[in-house]
Design a protein around this ligand. Structure first.
Ligand SMILES: Cc1cc2nc3c(=O)[nH]c(=O)nc-3n(C[C@H](O)[C@H](O)[C@H](O)COP(=O)(O)O)c2cc1C
Length: 232
C-alpha cells in the first residue's frame, strides 16, 4: 500500500495538472446504483435516542475520512472534526449545551422558531450528548492560521463545511450508523471545552451510534422529487 502524501499548506503555487481518468461506469450499472442509493438514503432518519452499545471506531473514522474528501472553496478544506471520547468531556459538553438550550426553549428562540420545532418534539434536554457512543464536533476554520501567526482568508467556509457534513452523514448512514446534527445555540462553549484555536468556530455536534431499542422519530413527510426539481 502506498503511503498517502501529507497535505501541507499551499498558497500561490502554479497550476500543475495531472491526468484524471476514472473508470467509466456502464449506464445500466449507474441506473441500478442510483436507484439503490436513493432508496437507502431515503431510509436515513435523524436519531435522538441512542443505544449505549459501542460502535466500531474505525467506521466513524472512515466516515470522517469520507467527509474530508469533500470539495471546498479554493480547496482550503476548512474543517476540523473532533472525535470526543472522554466521558468527562462529554458530560461537560452536555451540561453547557443544556444550559444554552434551556434558555433557548424558555423563550430565546421566539414563538416562530419554537413553532417550527414543535413537530420534532425536541426540548432542552439532550441525553444523546452522553448516551451516544461517539460524538463528533465539527469546526469550521474561518481563516487559516499558520504557526507563525500568519492569517489567510478562507473562501466559502459555510458552504464547504456544510457539504462535508452532508458527506459525513451519508457515509455514517450507509455504513449502518445513525446520527443527529445538533446545533446548540450559541455554540461558543465548544471551542472552550475542546480547546480549539481562535480561527475555528463550532459548526455542529454530531452524536453517532445505533438507535435505542425504543427509538421513535417524528412522522415527517419529505418533499417529493417533483416538488424540489425544476426542469427547464
Ligand atoms: C443545520 C441543521 C441543524 C440541526 N439542528 C438540530 C438540533 O439542534 N437539534 C435537533 O434535535 N435536530 C437538529 N437537526 C435535525 C433536523 O431537525 C432534522 O434533520 C429534520 O427534522 C429532518 O429529519 P430527518 O433528518 O430525520 O430527515 C438539525 C439539522 C440540520 C441540517
Amino acid at each position: 500500500m502506498s503511503i498517502p502524501m501529507q497535505w501541507t499548506p499551499t498558497h500561490g503555487e502554479p497550476y500543475r495538472p495531472v491526468p484524471y481518468r476514472p473508470e467509466r461506469m456502464p449506464a445500466e450499472e449507474s441506473l441500478a446504483r442510483a436507484a439503490e442509493l436513493r432508496e437507502r438514503m431515503g431510509r436515513r432518519r435523524t436519531v435522538r435516542q441512542f443505544s449505549a452499545e459501542p460502535v466500531p471506531e474505525q467506521v466513524v473514522k472512515d466516515a470522517i475520512a469520507c467527509a474530508a474528501t469533500a470539495p471546498s472553496g479554493a480547496h482550503q478544506q476548512p474543517w476540523t472534526f473532533v472525535l470526543v471520547k472522554d466521558p468527562q468531556v462529554r458530560r461537560r459538553i452536555r451540561a453547557a449545551a443544556e444550559e444554552e438550550e434551556r434558555i433557548s426553549y424558555e423563550g430565546r428562540l421566539g414563538e416562530e422558531w419554537l413553532a417550527a420545532l414543535r413537530p420534532l418534539g425536541t426540548d432542552g434536554v439532550k441525553p444523546h450528548l452522553t448516551d451516544a457512543p461517539a460524538l463528533i464536533v465539527v469546526f469550521q476554520q474561518r481563516y487559516w492560521l499558520g504557526e507563525d501567526g500568519v492569517r489567510r482568508k478562507h473562501y466559502y467556509v459555510d458552504e464547504s463545511v456544510g457539504i462535508a457534513v452532508g458527506m459525513l452523514l451519508s457515509a455514517l448512514h450507509l455504513s449502518g450508523l445513525a446520527a443527529l446534527v445538533h446545533t446548540p445555540s450559541p455554540m461558543r462553549f465548544l471551542s472552550e471545552v475542546l480547546g480549539r484555536p481562535a480561527n475555528e468556530k463550532a459548526f455542529a455536534v454530531i452524536p453517532v451510534g445505533y438507535p435505542a431499542g425504543d427509538c421513535r422519530v417524528p412522522d415527517l413527510v419529505r418533499k417529493t422529487l417533483e416538488q424540489v426539481l425544476v426542469e427547464i
